[in-house]
Design a binder for this molecule. Structure first.
Ligand SMILES: Nc1ncnc2c1ncn2[C@@H]1O[C@H](COP(=O)(O)OP(=O)(O)OP(=O)(O)O)[C@@H](O)[C@H]1O
Ligand SMILES: [Mg+2]
Length: 291
């Protein structure tokens, strides 16, 4: 990396930290995009952001799980989210994917797509893939069939049975098999895979839909050290091609993959910066790391 780029990176981080203090996001919001014409199916990245959450709040029975949350991420970024249990990390993903509706605030995909106007299935179609903690592969189907099936989720049973991969999809499937380290297990039944391999298969199923943004909730929970290390490699290889938001409690995993880390606490951003910066932040130590 050139000294210029390093300097730019350092400035960007500094700016992010200052913005966190003031409760605003780094890009300063999406207002500048308001007058732009939206191209259907295209995510407007003109302002260097793929996801914006602004002043988002949600309460459950009077308890504010998300509280004036401001956060944005850049295209191709691998953003790590850490924070204590109950901080609102999963709820934030529920809001982005349309599973939970916020009481207040705005959530935009690029500068022009208002995610709050879409249903959960439509948000997935727009290019936001989500991985829950528990793997949800089809155990009685082969690795290949699971990946193939990922392309037909929007079709009825009959049409699914007649579905055939075209050559571009076949090539993508082959690429993904390598990416997820399952090229040698194409015809194995998913039920016979290890926990880690099932997680990779599910990530592969998400990748078949070529998502622009991937949300991954505790992806290495329950994995062996070796599987965790390979997952870190996998995520680093996805960075740049996709934008990723990764929630994890495993700090050594976060150390391997992270660039900017956001610390959530009580439903809003407590700190943001490199892992070293947030780990030396007194407030973060008090609420999370020092426990
Ligand atoms: N649908 C719901 N109904 C009621 N309360 C909820 C609901 N979803 C989340 N909560 C509450 O909101 C708070 C935030 O929960 P959330 O699951 O987002 O935390 P988290 O940061 O993902 O925690 P963890 O690290 O344990 O996964 C918790 O107190 C939780 O009990
Ligand atoms: Mg959670």
């Amino acid at each position: 990396m050139t000294p210029d780029l390093m300097e730019e990176g350092a400035k960007r981080r500094e700016k992010i930290l200052t913005k966190v203090e003031s409760g605003k996001t780094e890009s300063g919001g999406r207002e500048a995009g308001f007058s732009r014409l939206a191209t259907p199916g295209e995510v407007d990245l003109t302002h260097g952001r793929i996801l914006y959450l602004e002043d988002v709040s949600v309460s459950f029975d009077g308890f504010k799980a998300i509280n004036k949350l401001n956060l944005d991420i850049a295209p191709g970024e691998l953003r790590c989210i850490i924070g204590p249990n109950g901080a609102g990390k999963t709820t934030m993903m529920d809001i982005i994917t349309g599973k939970t509706r916020p009481d207040e605030g705005t959530v935009f995909f690029g500068s022009t797509i208002d995610l709050l106007r879409y249903k959960e299935a439509e948000i997935a179609q727009l290019g936001i893939g989500r991985k829950f903690q528990k793997p949800t592969v089809f155990e009685h189907l082969s690795v290949f069939e699971n990946l193939e099936l990922a392309l037909k989720t929007d079709k009825g049973v009959k049409r699914s049975m007649l579905f055939k991969l075209d050559s571009a999809q076949g090539d993508r499937l082959a690429d993904i098999l390598h990416t997820i380290h399952l090229a040698d297990s194409v015809s194995r039944l998913a039920g016979t895979l290890s926990h880690g391999q099932k997680q990779w298969l599910e990530i592969g199923m998400l990748l078949m839909q070529d998502p622009k943004l991937l949300l991954l909730d505790e992806p290495v929970a329950g994995m062996t050290d070796e599987e965790t290390a390979r997952t870190a490699e996998l995520f680093l290889s996805l960075k740049g091609k996709h934008s990723l938001m990764v929630v994890e409690h495993d700090m050594s995993f976060i150390r391997t993959i992270s660039d900017i880390v956001t610390v959530l606490c009580d439903g809003s951003v407590l700190a943001q910066g490199t892992l070293d910066q947030v780990q030396s932040d007194e407030r973060v130590i008090e609420v999370y790391l020092g426990r």
